[in-house]
Design a protein around this ligand. Structure first.
Ligand code: IPE
Ligand code: IPE
Ligand code: MG
Length: 257
């Protein structure tokens, strides 16, 4: 299958298009180093990639795009890099506001948002509110986010319900625990992309990754553009997702339809 994702393309109606794509946007620092520039410049150019990939995903008809922008562990980076990243985040929210609204995108965020500075949470809150009823695509920013932290918070919420008498321990099955996660309202995660060549998860969406297809691409995030996304989508389209079944079972399932 050949995917074309140039500006003129209309929505793709391929059955093999993932509904929900998550991206670990990695390699900004290495890109900056390779160009003899400070790390923050890598993050700045990386914001351009976010714009292009968001736009392309919307045009392709992907329902949900979740971007790992800042991890719980990234707080431990040098203070000037953290501050620079927060400023870029604010710039992104302000600069992209009209593009997001004009394209019917719903913006949301997952993670420990309260740890972010007010100059980020303010425009974030405003954009979440005004875009809440959009139905075009859900763009989720994972900010101050960790997969383990997210599961721990879900467990805390479940325990609170149990203590209030609203949940019995035996009712806490996979589906019920999943309902406490901040991703509960999104389609299941179909495809995870990590740029930069690293092959690890780094605490991203641990629960949601259970049956996602993983694609690792050796391109640094500031250079990642829609043609690279297209390559990742092609890899995804070529995979057989078995969910624990056999190939034969899947074939008979298709025939029965
Ligand atoms: C990803 O790029 C952006 C964030 C983690 C915020 P990095 O800053 O991790 O870039 P490398 O991995 O050092 O190249
Ligand atoms: C993961 O990248 C976090 C984000 C992309 C936001 P890191 O660069 O922080 O991960 P490690 O340190 O390589 O595992
Ligand atoms: Mg990194």
């Amino acid at each position: 299958m050949l995917l074309r994702v140039t500006d003129g393309d209309s929505k793709m109606s391929e059955a093999t298009l993932p509904r929900h794509v998550g991206i670990i946007m990695d390699g900004n620092g290495r890109w900056a180093e390779a160009h003899g520039r400070p790390r923050i410049e890598g993050h700045r150019v990386g914001a351009e990639s976010v714009r292009d990939i968001t736009r392309a995903s919307r045009q392709l008809g992907i329902e949900a795009l979740t971007l790992y922008a800042f991890s719980s562990q990234n707080w431990q980076r040098p203070a000037d890099e953290v501050t620079g990243l927060m400023q870029l985040l604010r710039d992104f929210l302000i600069d992209e506001r009209s593009e997001i609204l004009d394209n019917g995108i719903r913006l949301q965020a997952i993670g420990d948002i309260d740890r972010l500075p007010a100059f980020v949470t303010e425009p974030l809150r405003e954009l979440r509110e005004v875009s809440a009823h959009n139905t075009g695509m859900t763009l989720t920013l994972a900010l101050s986010y960790g997969g383990r932290e997210s599961i721990a918070r879900a467990a805390q919420a479940a325990l609170r319900d149990a203590a209030a008498g609203a949940l019995r321990p035996e009712e806490l099955d996979v589906e019920r625990l999943g309902s406490y996660l901040p991703t509960a309202s999104l389609p299941p995660l179909d495809l995870l992309i990590r740029t930069s060549g690293e092959q690890r998860i780094s605490n991203f969406m641990l629960w949601e990754l259970a049956y996602a297809e993983l694609v690792f691409i050796d391109v640094l995030w500031p250079e990642f553009r829609r043609e690279h996304l297209a390559r990742c989508l092609e890899q995804y389209a070529g995979r057989e997702r078995r969910f624990g079944l056999t190939s034969a079972q899947l074939d008979s399932d298709i025939e029965a339809r």
